[in-house]
Design a protein around this ligand. Structure first.
Ligand code: NDP
Length: 291
C-alpha cells in the first residue's frame, strides 16, 4: 500500500504570491519566437525562470525578443533561441536532449522543470476543399508536434528524475500545452475542421499523458485560449474581415484578448500554484458563447 503523504510540506512555507514564482528553474517553450510563446517567455523571466525558446525560423525576428533579452540580463537569467520544426521527430529529440544536457552544465541551479507548447498553425478552408496534404499538415504541427515535444521532454526529465513517485508538485515538472477553445466548439464563421480536431486532440493528449506521468512527477494540463490578437488571427481577419463582428458578438467581454492576458493562466499552470491540477484544461475564452 502507498500511504497518502498528504500535501507536500514545503508548499505550505510559500506565501500566496510566491506560489506563482518560477525561481530556480528553466522553462522550455515551443513557438517561443513570437506571438503567445514569446509573451510567455517574457512572463517566465519576470517570474524568475530562465527560458529556452524554440521556433521554426533560424533566428528570432521580433523586436520583443530584444526586450526579453534585456530583461533576462537585468535579472541575471538566461534566454536562448533554438531552431526547431516540431514535426521533425529526430530534430525534436536531438534539440531536447541537447537542451537538457547544456542546461545541467550551464545553469545547474536552474533545472528544467517546465514545458509550454505554443507552436501551432491554422488553415482556414472548407472541409470539401481540404487536400489530404493540408489536413495532415495541421494535425502534424498542432497535435503530433505537441506530442513529440512532450514525449522528448518527458524522456529527458525521467532520465534525470527516476524516483519522483508521488512527488509531483513542488519538486516535479509541469507541461502546459496550448489547446484552444476551438478544441471545444465549432467556430462560427470559420471553416477549420482540421485545426479544431487537432486542438480537441491536444486536450485528450494532455489527459492521457497526465494519466501516465503524473505519479512519476510530471503534471500535464492544457490552456484553451479564446481569440487572441496575434499574427494568427490577423491573417484570418485579413482573409475574412467580417470575422471581427462575429468574434466581438460571441464574446461576453465584447473584445478579443491580448497575449498578455495569458501570462497569469500560464504562470499558474507552470508554477506550484497549480500543484494539485493535472489532466485538466484551463479555458480562458472571454466568455465565448457563439457556437
Ligand atoms: P503565431 O503564429 O504568432 O505563433 C505560432 C508560432 O508557432 C510561430 O512562431 C510559428 O512559426 C510557430 N510554428 C509554426 N509551425 C511550426 C513548426 N512546425 N515547428 C515549430 N514552430 C512552428 O500564433 P499564436 O501566438 O497566436 O499561437 C500560439 C498558439 O496558440 C498556437 O498553438 C495557436 O493554435 C494557439 N491559439 C491561438 C489563438 C489565437 O486566437 N491567436 C486562440 C487559441 C489558441 P512561424 O511564424 O515561423 O510560422
Amino acid at each position: 500500500h502507498h500511504l497518502d503523504r498528504g500535501p507536500i510540506a514545503p508548499l505550505a512555507a510559500l506565501s500566496a504570491h510566491e506560489l506563482f514564482f518560477l525561481k530556480n528553474r528553466t522553462i522550455l517553450i515551443t513557438g517561443g519566437g513570437r506571438g503567445l510563446g514569446l509573451t510567455i517567455a517574457h512572463a517566465c523571466l519576470e517570474s524568475g525562470a530562465s527560458v529556452r525558446c524554440m521556433d521554426l525560423l533560424p533566428e528570432p525576428s521580433q523586436p520583443q525578443w530584444k526586450l526579453a533579452e534585456d530583461l533576462a540580463r537585468s535579472k541575471g537569467l538566461q534566454i536562448s533561441y533554438h531552431q526547431l520544426d516540431v514535426t521533425d521527430q529526430d530534430q525534436v529529440h536531438q534539440v531536447f536532449s541537447d537542451l537538457f544536457a547544456t542546461n545541467s552544465q550551464e545553469t545547474p541551479h536552474q533545472p528544467i522543470r517546465g514545458l509550454f507548447t505554443s507552436a501551432g498553425i491554422q488553415i482556414m478552408m472548407s472541409a470539401l476543399d481540404y487536400s489530404t496534404e493540408k489536413f495532415r499538415k495541421v494535425i502534424d504541427v498542432d497535435l503530433t508536434g505537441t506530442f513529440l515535444c512532450a514525449q522528448a521532454f518527458a524522456k529527458e526529465w525521467f532520465k534525470r528524475h527516476p524516483d519522483m513517485d508521488g512527488r509531483a508538485g513542488m519538486e516535479g515538472a509541469s507541461i502546459a500545452m496550448t489547446g484552444s477553445m476551438s478544441g471545444h466548439i465549432a467556430n462560427l464563421g470559420i471553416e477549420c475542421a482540421a485545426y479544431n480536431a487537432s486542438k480537441a486532440g491536444v486536450n485528450q493528449l494532455a489527459k492521457n499523458l497526465a494519466l501516465e506521468w503524473s505519479k512519476k512527477g510530471i503534471r500535464v494540463n492544457t490552456l484553451s485560449p479564446g481569440y487572441i490578437r496575434t499574427a494568427l488571427t490577423a491573417a484570418q481577419l485579413e482573409e475574412k474581415p467580417e470575422l471581427n463582428k462575429i468574434w466581438l458578438q460571441g464574446s461576453l467581454l465584447g473584445r478579443l484578448s491580448t497575449p498578455d492576458e495569458f501570462r497569469g493562466p500560464v504562470l499558474y499552470l507552470l508554477s506550484d500554484a497549480s500543484s494539485f491540477m493535472t489532466g485538466s484544461d484551463l479555458l480562458v475564452d472571454g466568455g465565448h458563447c457563439a457556437t
